[in-house]
Write a protein that binds this ligand. Structure first.
Ligand SMILES: [Zn+2]
Length: 428
């Protein structure tokens, strides 16, 4: 920290600095060589200028000043696909899951004992880990079904308010155990939308009436003007191509840019010429894709006795076709993914290794998959290090994206709504 109010140098955007309530001094932007000073006021970035090298001493008395010491500054990391209420369940499993069906069956069983307090406690454990690792935004998928009814939704909408100073939660309501299979499925989805879900979710592979499922969720989204986010094509079976149905419906409903598809792993098993056509169709529909490496790699390819497939969606092919691709953690220590500590960089490093994204430029792309790309999918237009943007940013003790990936280390500083936050401050 540097003392504010001393040795004020002349500066083009001097007003922004002399009226700032937070100054980040001497940080390095991605791709930039010279350090910059960043002025923040009222939760927004008001100036980004070449550093005066004076450690932000033109900040007014009382302002917070961070001497970044040449650290890399990036917008807050975004977990664009995370399950809060079913994290940390390993100690409750009667047996270990070895297939997707096992995972769904076991979780459905465990859900019977979920209470609001229990869901809140495990969700907060996930969020403390996320904030500590530099996450400022989470899109969480919240389940409704005949067992949980609206209890997970009620818990997460209350939590959204409780944690809003530290992390922004977007809630996707979705029928994990099927929509048409649940007596109250449609009613619960409608109720969740009326009570504050931000996004309508769907999971056609877990519903015997796929068409009825898709009809309903598209209609609900259109009726309420909400975006859609799918769990889709989670297998290594090249015949599974529900994404094409979603592409068609996205065009019909005029929802270009408002639909997200998580997993889409079966596409990785489709022969390249056809897969390439499907990638082009996804791009044309403006559908965002989220790759969830920890789960996808764990569940897929496990029956291959020779040259096991990696089980991921073809990230590079999607990228080259112009699809906006993000990466996220999905699950932490549960039947779907019995690994994880809530560090999105673990998934990022794993993805970089599995997809041969090894160059310095590739590393920058992987960092985009946790910042700019999910910001586009989550419709956060002000997520950047630029004047006028939201002051949600993190400082890594790394020279570049490659350093961030290889360290998998926690950022040194996390700023949310223009304020330095720590995971310890989150409610218990
Ligand atoms: Zn998921």
């Amino acid at each position: 920290m540097t003392k504010p109010g001393e040795d004020t140098p002349a500066r083009a955007g001097g007003n922004a600095f002399s009226s700032a309530d937070l100054v980040v001094a001497g940080a390095r932007l991605r791709g930039g060589t010279a350090p910059v000073d960043i002025a923040v006021r009222g939760g927004s970035i008001t100036a980004v200028e070449p550093s005066t090298g004076t450690g932000g001493r033109d900040a007014p008395p009382g302002a917070q000043v961070v001497d970044a010491g040449g650290r890399l500054v990036v917008p807050g990391l975004i977990e664009s696909h995370l399950h809060l209420e079913k994290a940390y369940l390993l100690d409750r499993l009667p047996y270990d899951a070895v297939t997707l069906d096992d995972a769904i069956t076991l979780t459905a069983l465990l859900k019977k004992n979920f209470t609001p307090e229990d869901m809140r406690a495990r969700a907060l454990r996930v969020l403390r880990g996320a904030v500590a690792h530099g996450v400022t935004h989470v899109r969480c998928h919240v389940e409704v079904d005949d067992t949980l009814m609206s209890s997970a939704m009620e818990t997460m909408t209350a939590l959204r308010e409780e944690v809003s100073k530290f992390v922004t939660l977007q809630i996707v309501v979705f029928p994990q155990d099927g929509l048409t299979t649940q007596r109250h499925g449609r009613e619960l989805m409608r109720r969740a939308v009326a009570s504050g879900a931000d996004v309508v979710g769907g999971i056609p592979y877990n519903d015997p009436d796929k068409e009825g499922h898709l009809d309903f969720v598209f209609e609900l989204a259109v009726e309420h003007g909400l975006p859609l986010d799918f769990h889709i094509d989670l297998s290594d079976d090249p015949r599974q191509r529900d994404i094409l149905d979603v592409v068609e419906r996205t065009h019909q409903a005029g929802l270009h840019g408002r639909v997200t598809a998580g997993h889409v792993t079966s596409l990785g098993s489709v022969p390249a010429p056809q897969a390439s056509e499907i990638c082009a169709a996804i791009a044309e529909a403006g559908i965002h894709v989220v790759v969830l490496p920890a789960t996808d790699v764990y569940l897929n390819g496990r029956h291959d006795t020779q040259a096991p497939r990696r089980g991921l969606t073809p990230v590079r092919m999607l990228r080259d076709a112009g699809v906006n691709v993000s990466l996220a953690t999905n699950n932490i220590q549960n039947p779907f993914t019995p690994f994880g500590r809530g560090n999105i960089l673990d998934s990022a490093l794993m993805l970089a290794e599995l997809c041969h994204l090894g160059t310095a430029r590739d590393a920058e792309y992987v960092l985009d998959m946790m910042t700019g790309n999910p910001a586009e999918a989550l419709r956060l237009p002000a997520h950047a290090i630029t004047p006028g943007a939201d002051a949600d940013l993190v400082l890594f003790d790394a020279a570049d994206a490659r350093g961030v990936l290889n360290d998998c280390a926690r950022p040194d500083v996390v700023v949310k709504h223009g304020r330095i936050v720590t995971a310890k401050e989150l409610p218990r």
